[in-house]
Design a protein around this ligand. Structure first.
Ligand code: PFF
Length: 469
């Protein structure tokens, strides 16, 4: 199975790019606000367990399948068997749908860099209202979303090792350093300890099927799993690389950054009396409030923070875009430029609708929710979890065990004492666990109609799998 394939320039470059894909809005925007709305410590505990057991094993399976087939997601599944083609296609759809709202939030982050210069920090009491007015405006967020998308296009058009790798190498370490500094600042504020106990003292009465599914979906979202992104990245890995070592590093980095973002957010939120359950606006309210109360240095920190935040979002969204672009290149034989063009047009249309759904189009509902929430719930609560489950079934049951063993150990050159455990997780534990969590989440969730429709759409794709490209 030796295809000519562009490889990552270096191991560090690959890890930075894969971690760059994983670390993004999911860690810094979504994880803290979900923690806040899902009751704190109990959510975190379940999340960390899912990330370390389900997430890590699924990531290794994705790297393995990618390198084994040397194909991007759809091609990889198709190569195993045409019956699996739809899972790859579903992944492309997931990436496309996530990119229907991700650049909206990416645009907010970009805008907030500049809001540091336009008086936001002079009025800490108005920070919350400013955010609400900003995201519901019919024009402003659209402009920022387009700017943010343009940055993505510029990087993706350059191709894999040229654009993505260089971006990741410089920007990831910067982000890490900034979060550490901000967390230390938050922790030293008076009243911060309430935030620490909110984060680390689990209240299990808050735990139900809906919270468990939110934690599972978040683990997949945050680690970029269940939609073929890591299959695509794995397909560019050299045959000498240690897949499990790479998967372990990326998972640990991603989980640490999420926890670090929580540490940067909650102690400060409690110290300044911001409601931890404020929802999607949490970071855009807490951070400027912290910076506004810091005096002169606050502005510098604000600008640095939102630059790092935007960059983290960028290194993730370029990987999402890459999944769709690779699909057009490999399955429809388009040039990279054409593929980027088609992808961008679809994304802009969805993002405009998603952004407007938070303002002037708030009353337009699909299956009970606005466009932004529709795309979010469908991907995170349905497609990614089920995508992860199907990936496990594909790798665990449709590829020969011997082939998987050889791929993951580089033809026996690397030791993998836990192979049996991992293989068992992939074959049995993960699929059953994901099924249980999904069903209990479905029962407890208020958006049942949407989730059932999502599941039905997967069924339809499965039926037509063999006809897909
Ligand atoms: N993991 C990214 C984040 O946490 O922001 C989001 C993401 C990127 C999800 C790439 C899926 C993906 F394929």
């Amino acid at each position: 199975m030796s295809h000519e394939r562009e490889n990552w320039g270096s191991r560090f470059g690959f890890i930075m790019a894969a971690a760059g894909s994983a670390v993004g809005l999911g860690n810094i925007w979504r994880f803290p606000y979900l923690t806040g709305t899902s009751g704190g410590g109990a959510f975190i505990l379940v999340y960390v367990l899912f990330a370390l057991f389900v997430g890590l094993s699924v990531m290794l399976a994705e790297f393995t399948l990618g390198r084994y087939t040397a194909k991007a997601a759809t091609g990889a599944y198709k190569q195993v068997s045409r019956q699996w083609t739809f899972v790859g296609f579903m992944g492309v759809l997931t990436a496309l749908f996530i990119m229907g709202f991700y650049p909206v939030v990416g645009g907010w982050a970009t805008a907030y860099i500049f809001k540091g210069f336009t008086g936001l920090l002079q009025h800490p009491e108005a920070v919350e209202d400013v955010f609400g007015a900003f995201i519901s405006d019919p024009v402003q967020p659209l402009i920022w979303m387009v700017i943010y998308l343009a940055l993505n296009i510029a990087i993706v058009i350059k191709g894999i090792s040229g654009g993505i790798e260089k971006a990741g190498k410089v920007l990831m370490p910067t982000l890490f350093l900034l979060l550490v500094i901000i967390a230390i600042r938050g922790l030293t504020l008076p009243g911060a300890s309430a935030g620490v106990s909110f984060l680390f003292k689990p209240d299990f009465s808050k735990l139900d099927g809906s919270v468990a599914l939110a934690a599972l979906g978040q683990a997949f979202f945050s680690l970029s799993l269940g939609m073929g992104c890591m299959i695509t990245y794995g397909s560019f890995l050299a045959k000498t690389e240690d897949l499990k070592g790479n998967a372990l590093i990326v998972t640990i980095m991603d989980t640490c950054i999420a926890l670090l973002a929580g540490l940067a957010m909650f102690p400060a939120a409690f110290a300044y009396g911001v409601d931890p359950a404020a929802g999607p606006g949490l970071i855009f309210v807490v951070m400027p409030t912290v910076f506004a109360n810091m005096g002169g240095l606050g502005q510098v920190f604000h600008v640095l923070f939102f630059i790092a935040f935007t960059v983290a979002a960028l290194t993730s969204s370029i990987s999402l875009m890459e999944v769709v672009v690779d699909y057009f290149i490999e399955q429809h034989h388009k040039t990279r430029k054409q593929a980027v063009l088609y992808t961008s047009i679809i994304m802009v249309i969805m993002c405009v609708l998603a952004s407007l759904s938070l303002g002037v189009m708030a009353d337009f509902h699909i299956l009970g929710v606005g466009v932004f929430d529709f795309l979010d719930i469908l991907t995170d609560k349905v497609y990614m979890a089920i995508g992860g489950m199907l990936l496990c079934l594909c790798v665990g049951w449709s590829v020969k065990k011997e082939d998987i063993y050889n791929e993951v150990t580089n033809n026996g050159e690397l030791k993998f004492g836990l192979f049996g455990l991992w293989y068992g997780l992939i074959r049995f534990v993960n699929p059953i666990l994901i099924a249980i969590v999904s069903v209990s989440g479905l029962i407890a969730n208020e958006n049942r109609a949407l989730m059932i429709a999502g599941l039905a759409s997967i069924g339809v794709m499965a039926i037509f799998s063999k006809k897909m490209s």
